[in-house]
Design a protein around this ligand. Structure first.
Ligand SMILES: [Zn+2]
Length: 197
């Protein structure tokens, strides 16, 4: 099992994995080990595409190859987005000024008032979230996991391809994905009634 390997070995493995293989392949590997069963069913819903769920799950498990975990490679550990603090999963997803802009928009759009400053808090919130119509609850779970996935992908593009991190692009993509999936589940006018047109 991967979890029984020393921490450095795990970090190295994941860094390699990300460089050579796709997320789906990694997801399949974990699925076959039965690890995904450990996630509460009310978080891991079938309407959430595996790639979105998977990044969130990796972040919670501390398995994303953030710089703080790869420090032994003697590389720059500052957050590649704000160039300020040391990069960790909690920093890049919730504390970084650049990604805060993304959350402000998404939370405003879906009426999410809960403070989320760690990935664990976000998941806890999702498991307890009961208020509102089913379409809104789905939209919130979906948007949360899509945002985590897209922030991570955009962060990798900054690191590997030298692109610029654009909060507006992420917000646009998250909304597009959320609408697309909800439209496949509910009548269009019902989705628009709750989420806006
Ligand atoms: Zn940052």
């Amino acid at each position: 099992m991967l979890t029984s390997l020393p921490r450095r070995e795990v970090a190295k493995l994941w860094a390699k994995w990300y460089a050579t293989k796709g997320t789906i392949e990694a997801y399949e590997w974990f699925r076959s080990k039965g690890e995904l069963k450990l996630w509460p069913r009310f978080v891991w819903k079938d309407f959430v595409p595996p790639k979105f769920f998977f990044t969130t799950w990796q972040a919670v498990k501390g398995r994303l190859a953030t710089w703080d975990r790869l420090g032994y490679l003697n590389i720059e550990q500052h957050c590649p987005l704000c160039l300020g603090d040391t990069e960790s999963a909690d920093h890049i997803f919730f504390k970084c000024q650049k990604t805060r802009d993304v959350w402000r928009e998404i939370k405003g759009w879906l009426g999410m008032r809960r403070m989320m400053s760690t990935i664990q808090m976000a998941i806890k919130w999702m498991t307890k979230e009961r208020h509102g119509a089913a379409v809104m609850r789905k939209a919130r779970r979906l948007a949360l996991m899509a945002t985590v996935n897209l922030i991570w992908r955009a962060r990798n593009a900054v690191v590997h391809d030298g692109t610029t991190f654009e909060p507006k692009h992420i917000v646009f993509e998250v909304k597009k994905i959320t609408y697309e999936i909800l439209y496949s589940l509910y009548p269009h006018d019902m989705v628009q009634l709750y989420l806006g047109a």
